[in-house]
Design a protein around this ligand. Sequence first.
Ligand SMILES: C[S@@+](CC[C@H](N)C(=O)[O-])C[C@H]1O[C@@H](n2cnc3c(N)ncnc32)[C@H](O)[C@@H]1O
Length: 250
Amino acid sequence: MKNEDVVQFQGYDPVYYDLTYGKNSKDLPFYTNITTDIKGKVLEVACGSGRMYLELLKVGVDIHGIDLSEEMLDALKKKAEEKNLDPKVSQADMRNFNLDDTFEMIIIPGRSFIHNVTTDDQLSTLKCCRNHLTDGGRLVMNLFYPSREVMATKYNRENIIPMDKPVEGMELVNWSGFVNEPDQVIVTKSTWKQDGKVVSEFRSELAYIYKREFELLLRLAGFSSWQVYGGFEYQPLESINQEMVWIVNK
Ligand SMILES: C[S@@+](CC[C@H](N)C(=O)[O-])C[C@H]1O[C@@H](n2cnc3c(N)ncnc32)[C@H](O)[C@@H]1O
């Protein structure tokens, strides 16, 4: 599959993103613990509207951020201003960024890595991250495990998704399905309805990744050691219903 075949990412509406995921904090203790141990700088790749970024900044992590979406970064900056925080974020593409700096740790929470739809994009992102790590630095990220069960029961049909910050009369309907099954590309369409009327719609193509496939990508990108866990509490990865949590050493 070539890059030209991919429908480019259309961008989230930060207001609806925050209503849906704003309070999602299952991963917060993990990313807080692992980054507050760091003496130097940390970079969040695809920091979005700051769900994780602002929490880490608040507890004193020297955190920098990049994201492709100007709207998401504007929302992050607005929230930072309200909280009297001073963010260090810039607009950049994870597949091709050059910050003229290196970091002790790079984090990619929120499964953002799956926005890389082609193998070329996946590899460019990993190589870019590696180039921005200090020697001995670590890349930390989480990905969903592609579960056959979820694909069989939840794909190609509408699913109502609970919102983190429920709004009276508002409903989020999600639809996920395959765009190109051999290439593992899926599309997710999220539709927010207020009293039955569509108020926002967001569509994104994503590529899911298997454990051994990701290990090969890491090798190709020049990494040689890593640990993968089955959740944010460092559980062993034993089933397809767990989150894959990766800690990769440079
Ligand atoms: C699921 S959100 C995660 C945001 C944040 N990390 C969090 O955990 O809430 C995915 C983010 O990836 C960003 N994104 C998508 N493609 C990107 C790219 N090629 N380079 C940088 N950011 C990208 C989107 O703009 C969005 O903010």
